[in-house]
Design a protein around this ligand. Structure first.
Ligand SMILES: Cc1cc2nc3c(=O)[nH]c(=O)nc-3n(C[C@H](O)[C@H](O)[C@H](O)COP(=O)(O)O)c2cc1C
Length: 374
């Protein structure tokens, strides 16, 4: 396994994580839906987009800060919500939240997280955001919001692009689909990844921690079963309006790709949108998020707060997203790779590498601020 010292790009962490994680977890993280075309489309969209440099500008100290709703973030990217992180490494969410806090960037705890919203807020306030999937039982969603608000969370994300289970065939082949039943080869592979195994044995298998208070018993199996019965749940605009009434802070919809849905969101008094195809994990025929963000910005003008995730792997990708009209961007899988391989120092190094690439690329392109081309 390479050392942290040898990590120079986000892709290096993917290779390092490959060596630590068993196939089941690798596939869960890296996989996309069906033929993984949306996953590839995200990367292609960035590769096909160019940046046209301007020279002879004073770019020694480019400004990479971003303001969102009065809160200042020191770097122009955050860590996207990703569920079941404890399966890759126990306490991964608190490590990423800690790294985000130190770097003054936002970390989003997934509604399918394996740490509680209270733990994350304690680690990373005011940089922690919370992502919700609306549960079948509205009382559960209401109470989750109450807890997030009480813990000091200011921004709530509602993920709208996963109304049903998606057909992630890597997982299904591994026996990790909707009705999990692991095959012998997968179990042996898990046993052979001793470092990962020992951590899981010491810590205990992960649990959807936020859902524990609502489950019939506190047994891990019952909590996880309760969660999978509540979610996924088909949501409507009525649910968005309901959520808007309930949540006192900023409300963001994640997974929007159609300009008309942005307009509807604004009509529901939503504060921001994350243009995303869920990293190619839900609809294989979905367009790339980068392409759609550009289209939505061109159609709707400068007003809506539009963020982006899905496929960012380089500092230059961050610039390409801002060039397309993003107000902020989110990193997904690479954050899991870095932390799975190296824990908190890995998460910190990932943030440093991305920041360094952004600064270099801004200087090369003649950008003085991240939110405006010269
Ligand atoms: C392992 C994994 C779990 C995820 N879980 C969630 C989740 O619980 N909620 C959510 O809104 N998005 C989830 N996502 C999607 C991410 O928030 C984000 O949209 C996506 O990873 C961005 O693409 P990227 O990985 O190419 O950067 C998950 C993504 C991955 C890779």
């Amino acid at each position: 396994m390479p050392s942290l010292h040898h990590m120079h790009a986000l892709y290096d962490f993917a290779h390092a994580a490959d060596q630590v994680l068993p196939k089941l977890v690798r596939d869960y993280i890296n996989g996309g839906v069906e033929d993984e075309q949306a996953l590839a489309r995200n990367l292609d969209a960035f590769a096909e987009t160019l940046l046209l440099p301007r020279y002879l500008m004073d770019v020694v100290e480019p400004n990479i800060q971003v303001q969102l709703w009065g809160q200042s973030y020191a770097r122009p990217f955050g860590i996207a919500p990703m569920g079941l992180q404890g399966f890759a490494r126990p306490n991964m969410e608190t490590m990423l939240a800690q790294a985000a806090h130190d770097a003054q960037i936002p970390f989003v705890l997934s509604g399918a997280g394996t740490c509680t919203v209270e733990q994350i807020a304690e680690t990373a306030a005011p940089y922690s955001w919370f992502q919700l999937y609306i549960a079948r039982d509205r009382n559960v969603s209401r109470d989750l919001m109450r807890r997030a608000d009480k813990a000091g969370i200011k921004v709530l994300i509602l993920t709208v692009d996963a109304p049903v289970h998606s057909k992630r065939e890597r997982d299904w082949r591994n026996g990790f689909g909707p009705n999990p039943k692991l095959g012998m080869r997968i179990i042996i592979d898990m046993l052979l990844h001793t470092r990962w195994l020992i951590r899981q044995l010491i810590h205990g298998l992960p649990v959807f921690a936020n859902w524990a208070p609502y489950a019939p018993t506190q047994k891990r199996r019952d909590i996880n079963h309760f969660f999978t019965q509540q979610i996924p749940f088909s949501q409507t605009w009525e649910d968005v309006r309901w959520l808007r009434d309930q949540w006192p802070g900023q409300l963001v919809l994640k997974g929007i790709l159609h300009p008309s849905d942005v307009i509807k969101s604004l009509e529901c008094q939503v504060d921001g949108i994350i243009v995303s195809n869920h990293g190619g994990r839900v609809l294989d025929a979905a367009p790339s998020a980068l392409h759609q963000l550009k289209l939505i910005r061109n159609e709707l003008g400068p007003e809506p707060v539009l963020m982006l995730d899905s496929g960012l792997r380089r500092g230059s990708d961050v610039l390409k997203a801002y060039q397309a009209g993003a107000n902020f961007v989110w990193i997904g899988r690479p954050a899991l790779h870095a932390t799975a391989a190296f824990g908190l120092p890995g998460a910190q190094k990932l943030i440093d590498i991305l920041e360094e690439e952004i600064r270099l690329c801004m200087a090369q392109c003649g950008w003085q601020t991240i939110s405006g081309t010269p």
